[in-house]
Design a protein around this ligand. Sequence first.
Ligand code: GLN
Length: 181
Amino acid sequence: MKIAILALQGAFAEHEQMLRQLGVETMLIREHWEDASGLIIPGGESTSMMRIMRDDGLFEPIRQAILDGLPVLGTCAGLIMLDRNHLGVMDILAKRNAYGRQLGSFNTKADFEGIGRVPMTFIRAPYIEEAGPEVEILARVDGKAVAARQKNMLVTAFHPELTDDTRIHELFLSLVASQND
Ligand code: GLN
């Protein structure tokens, strides 16, 4: 199993470190798409990530690979990248910078479907303001959806790679394993 991590900008190194800790081989994607068992789109700035992806010709190959069933984990800006207005692969609409100025960044703990209580680090984070019927909401904070799954796509509005809890990554790896069976 080899997991590709989109490394154009943002918090990709922390995902790499967490996967290494779990004994998983990783590959950083910067200039061209290379086939992998799964893909992580990290947090960062969705507008810059979008522009670089288009400039580097990564937008279409990645969009197509996800539509063909590539398992993908999108965290924070990565969640935004998968929504209807960006890559357009997941039937969600993200509300960007959704927590206002005072609550721009915060840590909390909340229940995550199938896992239990997990620590969540939010940094100028989005939440999911609309979700289609195929989307399963996996966690809420203050009533707002902050994690979801649709088929091969798993998203969190928070940064699981910035805590020392590896369970979200393990959930993603089990999704990858089931898709590659
Ligand atoms: N505010 C960023 C955006 O809108 C997301 C922040 C993050 O990924 N930590 O793209």
